[in-house]
Design a protein around this ligand. Structure first.
Ligand SMILES: N[C@@H](CCC(=O)N[C@@H](CS)C(=O)NCC(=O)O)C(=O)O
Length: 206
């Protein structure tokens, strides 16, 4: 059976929600990120990874989400199928994976961004990360439509990807609540029992 390797609260939760939206049959596996076993699944030691029984597991959230959208067309989680629609979808997913996600790296791993191991130095890296995070949150806010969707005006894998990552701002001095359109995305996602079920079963919320 298909296995989704995840860790609660991470970007891998986007894949879990997308698989549930698609009504896919899969087994979620909490990954032991630092184990040798998991390195054999994903040599980078990161989640998500999706094992559909091929020679190796699929990695990279953006690519996995695209795969889910393609494999389950009835769920309509992918782009509008014309040249402009496909371009805008690829552009949105590239923003989420290439700009949005990395903006949080200094916050979650400040020690990787300074040679000074003191807590003063890592606090400063964290404090400096807020400006970059605000920049990507503001851009995301501009993408979200009046009905709370990230891409055009229908539910796609971009919604769950943006939602699980924007949740990381929950306790920040400026949180997702401070962005009007992102707040609509949260309203839409949090009124969906499938989303709540995935977050609860994974231990992302208790
Ligand atoms: N480029 C990868 C990044 C994945 C990633 O950064 N995953 C995080 C969780 S959101 C992780 O596994 N972090 C563990 C680590 O960096 O050691 C992707 O988009 O899938």
């Amino acid at each position: 059976m298909t296995k989704l390797y995840y860790w609660p609260g991470t970007c891998a939760m986007a894949c879990w929600i997308a698989l549930d939206w698609a009504e896919a049959d899969f087994e979620p596996v909490k990954a032991d990120l630092s184990s040798e076993d998991y390195r054999r699944v994903n040599p980078l030691g990161m989640v998500p990874a999706l094992d559909i029984g091929g020679n190796r597991a699929m990695t990279q959230a953006d690519a996995i989400l695209g795969h889910i959208a393609e494999q389950y067309p009835a769920a309509r989680l992918g782009p509008v199928d014309d040249t402009q629609g496909r371009f805008e979808f690829a552009e949105t997913m590239a923003f989420l994976t290439g700009d949005f996600h990395p903006a949080f790296w200094p916050y979650f791993g400040p020690q990787r961004f300074t040679a000074d191991p003191s807590s003063d130095a890592t606090d400063q890296v964290r404090a400096a990360s807020y400006a970059r995070i605000d920049r990507v949150m503001t851009h995301l806010d501009g993408l979200v439509s009046a009905d709370g969707h990230v891409y055009r005006n229908h539910r796609t894998v971009a919604d769950c990807y943006a939602y699980v990552m924007a949740r990381w701002t929950d306790k920040f001095p400026k949180s997702w609540r401070d962005y009007d359109h992102i707040s609509r995305l949260f309203e839409m996602m949090e009124s969906d029992p499938i989303v709540e079920g995935a977050l609860r079963k994974s231990g992302t919320i208790i």
